[in-house]
Design a protein around this ligand. Structure first.
Ligand code: M6R
Length: 584
């Protein structure tokens, strides 16, 4: 989604903002722009497309704001990209979110010259109208309160020595850097400049001066003492290092993360298991890949601990929420900690008095602040849009918790260490060249099917999601028993079918499904510890008991990655997708 980056006193503001926007690129965007103050005058630059090797032609300046836009209202054009100006050209705004009542508000702007199709531009003109009645802060305050929907804005006026930030949904983080306070949409983008941050909460407005931050409640009109948080991530963790893409780097980090979690999360998973035992009913909620982790958790809890949990997709949670009460427990899973449907599910659950535990990767994120308790995933900054290491971290924590419920955490630890070893084998050059060769064989496919059974089913869904997200090949994860109920109609000569075949209780059934698709011409690719005559192509993946799904998913991530690279796509920034989905 859109990214915002602002500085208040930088020796080379335009360059620093450009670098900040580059660090926000991973969120997904289609155009970008920067406004700075030069000799007391606002100067603006806007572009369509990616920043990549672009330079800014703005004077260096010391004060300004930039934006990466992910189009919602209005096409991808220079006019629609941010910052947007008022009629005077002295005031610029950048905006993340959607102003639900923008059409109504726009009608009030008779006589104003609007030059874009966006909902955002009206904010600049509404503030302009209020400005003669007070100062910039009060004009922003009055305007922001009238915006309906989930929004975050930064306002910059050439005649004022501060930026104004306000939010009611999308994240905003203030970087505490004495002499040059900063503002951004996320914490990781601030790391090269500071690790001290203040999270702006919903319905708060901030005046950001170089040396000072003043925060006010928008509803109570009262000042709020800013709370400074220290972030323990290193700036270099958010770098690509020697890797061609963030996604590959993040895939490589996974075995270490699993080992780390197996060693370090005993106490926290024990506490989580206690909460689960105390609850009358347990829900999990998440979106996308995080939801597939929740689904895998359902299998872990059921098979290992004989305990039922009910997973729900964030955007569908509301329809299950009638069953929540004070004795329910909600576990919210999220890499970013900002996904709007998950955030709103939590708010909904809390209204019913339900306790919420967040399994979150980004420290200090909205979900971690909203949750009654947070268990950090400790996967480090995840920059590729396609989530990899955060998924595996969630699996590791859920698996360990399931074993905690059986009072056998040691078994969970052993399974995870074994899975980490197998992941390292999957990354051996010989194995990688087999996956790369497979990607060359199936790169022209129109459809790919991934068959799983039991706990391999969520893995099949996740592998299919990775393939479609970054290679744009249609892929479908299918519980193998469902084939005959429909999907088999799509199998033709040469259709690639990945078959997840760990040597466990599911083996016989999954092989029988493989035979059925093969009989209809499918090209059968087996992920299994042993070869089988039904496989046209075999990728050896040793079993690791309940954790077998971990290396299977890693093979799927790598296959998706090579397919994308082979097709010439950037796996880190797939079209139309954003890293954190903060608007509805
Ligand atoms: O940050 P979250 O884990 O809450 O994000 C949830 C989904 O938006 C995310 O997993 C999405 O599906 C990714 N593109 C998956 O690769």
């Amino acid at each position: 989604m859109c990214g915002i980056f602002g500085v208040t006193n930088d020796p080379d503001a335009a360059q620093t903002i450009l670098a900040g926007l580059k660090r926000l690129e991973y969120r997904g965007y289609d155009s970008w722009g920067i406004a700075v103050k030069d000799h007391l005058r606002l100067k603006l630059e806007k572009h369509v497309g990616k920043i990549s090797l672009s330079r800014t032609h703005l004077p260096s300046s010391h004060f300004g704001v930039g934006h990466t836009r992910w189009a919602t209202h209005g096409g991808v054009t220079q006019a629609n990209s941010h910052p947007h100006l008022d009629c005077s050209g002295k005031l610029a705004i950048v905006h993340n979110g959607i102003v639900d009542n923008w059409a109504t508000l726009k009608k009030e702007l008779k006589g104003h010259h609007l030059s874009s199709q966006t909902d955002s531009e009206i904010i600049a003109h509404l503030i302009e109208r209020e400005l003669p009645k007070g100062d910039l802060l009060s004009a922003c305050q009055k305007t922001f309160k009238r915006l309906q929907g989930l929004n975050a804005i930064i306002v910059f006026h050439q005649d004022y020595p501060y930026l104004v930030a306000a939010k009611s949904g999308s994240p905003l983080v203030i970087g505490v850097n004495p002499g040059n306070h900063l503002i951004s949409s996320d914490t990781a983008s601030l790391l090269p400049l500071t690790n001290k941050v203040i999270y702006l909460e919903d319905n708060q407005i901030a005046q950001i001066f170089p040396d000072l931050v003043k925060i006010m409640s928008l509803t109570k009109q009262s000042p709020i003492k800013p709370r400074i948080n220290i972030i323990n991530w290193q700036a270099k963790q958010a770098d690509k290092g020697k890797f061609a893409h963030f996604m590959l780097k993040e895939i490589y980090e996974q075995s270490q993360i699993i080992d780390l979690l197996a060693r370090s999360k005993l106490y926290e998973t024990e506490q989580l298991a206690k909460r689960i035992t105390q609850a009358d009913q347990v829900f999990t909620v998440a979106c996308g890949t995080a939801f597939y982790a929740a689904l895998a958790g359902q299998y872990f809890f059921s098979r290992i601990a004989k305990r039922q949990i009910i997973p729900a997709i964030g955007s569908e949670f509301y329809y299950h929420a009638d069953f929540l009460n004070k004795k329910s427990l909600l576990i919210a899973l999220s890499q970013s900690g900002e996904t709007i449907d998950t955030v709103q599910s939590i708010q909904h659950a809390q209204k019913a008095g339900c306790r919420v535990i967040g399994l979150v990767n980004v420290p200090g994120s909205t979900i971690s602040r909203l949750s009654n308790q947070t268990l950090l995933l400790e996967a480090g900054p995840e920059k590729a849009v396609a989530s990899t290491k955060a998924f595996l971290a969630k699996l590791a924590i859920l698996l360990l918790t399931a074993h905690q419920l059986r009072h056998q955490p040691q078994v969970g630890q052993d399974e995870l260490h074994q899975a980490a070893r197998v992941v390292r084998r999957v990354l051996h050059p010989d194995h990688l060249s087999r996956i790369r060769a497979l990607s060359r064989k199936i790169v022209s496919a129109g459809n790919i099917f991934v068959l799983g059974k039991g706990q391999s089913y969520p893995a099949a869904l996740e592998i299919a999601l990775k393939i479609k997200e970054i290679s744009y090949i249609h892929a479908e994860g299918v519980p193998s028993g469902e084939l005959k109920h429909g999907p088999i109609a799509l199998i033709q000569k040469g259709t690639p079918c990945l078959v997840l075949a760990p040597d466990d209780e599911t083996y016989a059934d999954i092989i029988s499904s493989a035979l059925e698709v093969k009989a209809r011409g499918a090209y059968v690719i087996g992920l299994s510890p042993r070869n089988n005559p039904v496989f046209d192509y075999w990728l050896a993946v040793p079993d690791c008991s309940h954790a077998s799904i971990i290396p299977h998913v890693v093979v799927g991530q790598l296959l998706a990655y090579y397919l994308a690279v082979k097709k010439g796509f950037d796996p880190d920034m797939p079209r139309n997708l954003a890293k954190s989905v903060t608007v509805k």
